[in-house]
Design a protein around this ligand. Structure first.
Ligand code: URP
Ligand code: ZN
Ligand code: ZN
Length: 464
């Protein structure tokens, strides 16, 4: 099957050009002007006049079907990857979970079983390590060889995913030799639990207090501590879902002195704030960790994104219905399952809030949504770029289309939207995954199981 995408503005992270894109099978075969001459030889020509042609979005932080807080994240690999496709994302990297007392292998196998044959788009896995011991450290090396090259550890959630400094240091040391990357959820969970218990004892049980007790300084402290551990271990480190100025300043200072430390943030920290956690139990819709911060943290995150102190934006997509699931925490914010939906909204929110608002160029938008994720997570050359030889994961994007985000029209399997009623400019019009059109005219035209597991390369050489 040959497809020609004609007359679009091809936007890559390094440059944009008016060009045609010829797809042969699953890959991009040619890129340039005047490819219209082959129009008679192709199976389909898509006219992209007035549209951007961008590499499909890569969301490196999702949690489909994650068991959390006594329930499961509502999107399955089927519903979540389909929703991602509607939003212009053609690759996700999800977090497989090692349960305490179990091996990494068992956790990874369980995630393969959930995803295989169900995904609309390509997918990879990171591994959450909840039990660092001699056996699981040995297993890390094997997983790196299988293309599961990153390991998330937590300084938060004592009794669940929490690792102490010794465990984190051992994992960092191991990654220094096996080429994997350690990803850190940095909040001081032990201190947070003290403040949270004090708040509940005073009767401060509403969702709002979830945001109050998880101080920004606790994120800054944990970020600094792990950066120093990584320096001692001689390993790079990557901070997931950065939310607070305190953490960003720490990361920036480390990078300025040449430490290979990296970070991502998420749309919720750029567009939402602590105020959203107010309004009684409605605030439960916005409970995630780290929590939404006072609005003045947002500009620091944007500045870091512009300066490349934060390299990319993921979603931390982890949806729970407001009814039944978030309501598990009525009367005690500590029992509200943590996580927000967002996999479908990221590309549009960043176009609207970033490019349209004049904070970043359209090339930087492609960098933080797609190119940097590919480079930093072992997919360079295959994904994140419109170039000859790359997978034809492409989005024909209408930069002028205005639409309103709403739970009544989104495709994520969750009963609310954090951005209900927000008008955004920019929308994915047509989405291709490895050369096949999967979203067109507002309809899903792909098939469950189109998405394949991505065995990722060690990204060390690509970390910049
Ligand atoms: O609130 C969040 N972020 N839920 C998902 C789990 C995690 O910490 O990433
Ligand atoms: Zn986390
Ligand atoms: Zn997460």
């Amino acid at each position: 099957m040959k497809t020609l995408i004609a007359n679009g503005t091809v936007v890559n992270a390094d440059a944009s050009q008016l060009a045609d894109v010829l797809i042969d099978g699953e890959t991009i075969a040619a890129l340039g002007t005047g490819l219209g001459r082959v129009a008679g030889e192709v199976d389909r020509t898509i006219d992209a006049t007035g549209r951007y042609v961008i590499p499909g979005g890569i969301d490196v932080h999702t949690h489909m079907e994650l068991p959390f807080g006594g329930t499961f994240a509502k999107d399955t690999f089927e519903t979540g990857t389909r929703a991602a496709a509607f939003g212009g994302t053609t690759t996700i990297i999800d977090f497989a979970v090692q349960s305490r007392g179990r091996s990494l292998r068992e956790g990874l196998d369980a995630w393969h079983a959930k995803a295989e044959g169900n995904c609309a788009i390509d997918y990879g896995f990171h591994m959450i390590m909840s039990d660092v011991n001699d056996a699981s450290l040995d297993e890390m090396d094997g997983l790196v060889g299988e293309g599961v090259t990153d390991f998330k550890l937590f300084t938060a959630y004592p009794g669940v995913f929490y690792s102490d400094d010794g465990a984190i240091f051992r994992a960092l040391q191991r990654s220094a030799t096996n080429g994997g990357t350690i990803l850190i959820h940095a909040e001081n969970g032990i201190a947070i639990d003290v403040v949270a218990a004090q708040a509940v004892a005073k009767g401060d049980t509403d969702p709002y207090y979830h945001g109050v007790v998880r101080y920004p300084i606790f994120e800054g402290e944990a970020t600094n501590r792990v950066i120093r551990l990584a320096e001692a271990a001689g390993a790079p480190v990557y901070f997931v879902h950065m939310s607070a100025r305190d953490a960003v300043e720490t990361l920036q200072a480390a990078r300025d002195r040449g430490v290979p430390a990296f970070g991502e943030t998420c749309p919720q920290y750029l567009f939402l704030s602590l105020e959203d956690l107010g309004n009684g139990f409605e605030g439960a819709k916005f409970v995630c960790s780290p929590p939404l911060r006072p609005a003045d943290h947002q500009e620091d995150l944007w500045r870091a994104l512009v300066r490349d102190d934060i390299q990319l934006v993921s979603t931390d997509h982890c949806p729970f219905d407001f009814h039944d699931q978030k309501q598990l925490g009525q009367g005690d914010f500590r029992k509200i399952p943590n996580g927000l939906p967002g996999v479908e909204d990221r590309v549009d929110l960043l176009h609207d809030g970033g490019v349209v608002q004049g904070r970043i160029s359209k090339e930087r938008w492609v960098e933080i949504c797609s190119a940097a994720p590919a480079r930093m997570f072992g997919l360079a050359g295959r994904k994140g770029v419109v170039a000859v030889g790359a997978d034809a994961d492409l989005v024909v994007y209408d930069p002028a289309k205005v639409h309103t985000i709403s739970a009544s029209t989104h495709h994520m399997d969750v009963d609310y939207s954090c951005y209900e009623g927000r008008q955004v400019t920019g929308a994915s019009e047509l989405v291709l995954s490895r050369g096949k059109v999967i979203v067109e005219g507002g309809r899903y035209v792909g098939a469950k199981g189109d998405g394949r597991f991505l065995k990722r390369a060690v990204a060390r050489d690509h970390l910049v």
